[in-house]
Write a protein that binds this ligand. Structure first.
Ligand code: SF4
Length: 203
């Protein structure tokens, strides 16, 4: 059994937010960068996590993402259940349905196996996931910083993938930027944007 990319990215995001100190409110873009996931995918995951009450999003200057207390205490099993849904593990009801689906013992066995998988994650909280060694590693994944002269690839306005890049009005092309820049929508399975990393096309 393999998690969808949407669930995996969502869990990476809650882990990253779980190690943010009280002052830090990372942006969707900076989180996407340090976790090496496409921005649009991260934005959709943030939107879903916000709907679930696990992440607070605040727009504008000084805004950003914050894990809620409920998010910190959330069961990993509950999160995975919510994100993965209760569909069949195999393609029983695919576009070309399996002819055995009405009376298949394997289908029931796989459903029980899936539930056992979720149940094994139930006692684990998001906080548990960021104990050593994971937490310190996440803290070390700092976003790129803009020096006084600006690193290569950044503009004087710092609009290239930095925290400043998500402050409204700092991107000449209107790349939108509002921090919470969450794009409501469904999980991105099937999205054509499969290239890891954040490209300008995703801004
Ligand atoms: S054999 Fe059973 S589990 Fe496999 S696709 Fe068909 S109905 Fe589903």
């Amino acid at each position: 059994m393999r998690l969808t990319a949407f669930t995996d990215i969502s869990l990476r995001i809650v882990m990253r937010l779980a190690v943010a100190d009280g002052e830090e409110q990372p942006t969707t873009r900076s989180v996407a960068e340090v976790l090496a996931v496409p921005y649009t995918h991260a934005a959709k995951a943030v939107a879903r996590l916000s709907e679930m009450g696990l992440v607070d999003t605040r727009r504008g200057r000084g805004g950003g993402l914050r894990l809620t207390e409920a998010g910190r205490r959330a069961s990993v099993g509950a999160i995975v259940r919510a994100l993965e849904g209760d569909g069949d593990v195999a393609g029983c009801e695919d576009a070309v349905p399996c002819p055995l689906r009405a009376a298949c013992r394997l289908r029931g066995a796989l459903a029980r196996a899936r539930e056992a998988f979720y149940a094994s994650l139930d006692p684990i909280t998001v906080d548990d996931l960021v104990a050593e060694p994971t937490g310190p590693m996440l803290i070390d994944l700092l976003p790129p910083r803009v020096s006084a002269g600006g690193p290569s690839g950044t503009t004087p306005g710092g609009a290239s993938g930095t925290e400043a890049g998500v402050v409204p009005g700092t991107t000449p092309g209107g790349a939108s930027g509002t921090e919470a820049d969450v794009v409501p929508g469904t999980p991105f399975e099937g999205s054509s944007e499969a290239t890891p990393g954040v490209s300008s096309a995703t801004v």
